[in-house]
Write a protein that binds this ligand. Sequence first.
Ligand SMILES: *Cc1c(COP(=O)(O)O)cnc(C)c1O
Length: 424
Amino acid sequence: MTATESRTQHLLTLERQYDSGVYTKHDVIITRGLGASVWDSEGTEYVDCVGGYGVANIGHSNPEVVRAIQEQAENLIVLPQTLPNDKRAEFLEELISVLPSGLDRIFLCNSGTEAVEAAKKFAITATNGRTRFVSMKRGFSGRTLGALALTHEPKYREPFGAAVDNEHVQFVTYGNIAELEAAITEETAAVILEPIQGEGGVRPADLEFVRAARRITREKGALLIFDEIQTGFCRTGKFFALEHYCDAGCQDVNGVRCGCVVADSCLVVPDGITLAKAMAGGVPIGAFAMTGAVADKMPKGGHGTTFGGNPLAMAAGLAAIRFMKREKLWEQAAEKGDYFMKRLREIGSGKIREVRGRGLMIGVELKEKSAPYIHALEHDEQVLTLQATPLVVRFLPPIVITYEQIDRAVDAFARVLERVNPKG
Ligand SMILES: *Cc1c(COP(=O)(O)O)cnc(C)c1O
């Protein structure tokens, strides 16, 4: 064993020994990243199609975000939200410039699950105290108790029993309008749905379902909330996935917004959107974007967070969103995603049931468990992918991934499908 190998072993042992144990640890130490590549402690390069679970859209250690963090760290790192800050003001303006018009009030926090918690509280006050929610089967909303209550997966919920609020949440089949109609009542505060389910196996909602959700929530006085934590910030080939539901032929007005969503007549503009993951180039951040009507019902002091809106995250977020706009990152996601999916379909393996997704949010559903293939991709091919439901291999690479890296990932996937034989 060389000195670096034994150092790696030592670090792995430390992390395994002292971590809480909730994560299944891989056996590499990743020390560095750039663009869509990460390197381990031995200097081996990997093509990273995990992308920090869909965080690293603008690439690992994006140089513009690095510079923004460095400069901001020298000025000011933390500041409560009662004290206004230059970077926070600029970030809010920048974020609102890419959101559908009407969603121009922002609650800033530090993660996706916190954004969902905020959405719930704002929905309750906006509907004068209604406390029931409608969420989707196979949906994922986060792991803190309030967000967990909206997360369907029993494996995540059941260990916590009655501490998870099961009583106030009803789950409906994603795509089933009749079930949705029956579930939404005069007691419903909000319906929350992912425009494309991520953890649930990369499943886009169909237009009719999204439209029905908008219509029924309006009729019943409930809010419609889109969870764009994974789909937002160019991932799916639009700045936000809700723009896929524009049917007025007016997408990308101003180079960014969907013109249909901008119009009052838009059928699918929600009352709020939860945001996190890619919003600040890798720095922890979350937000709930909402209409003024929703924000104005929350009493002063009704919600809050210490770290939310901190200048370091704001500076990173400002640089990240400016990069996305300038590089037209949504167009890159659309083009590269089409190429990636076309190449995956060309593999033509009998083990593949379906290749689906939008932009660079891609799932390959196999006819058998995906874990052995994900493992082989990492170990034998240096390609990192993630699971979404037991059968799906999910690809969420940085959108700055090169075509050469896409080829590398697809060729590697073809080889492991050919070679790995879990049954024999
Ligand atoms: C990741 C994710 C969350 C939770 O975000 P965290 O930052 O992990 O708390 C919620 N909803 C969706 C759709 C997600 O993909």
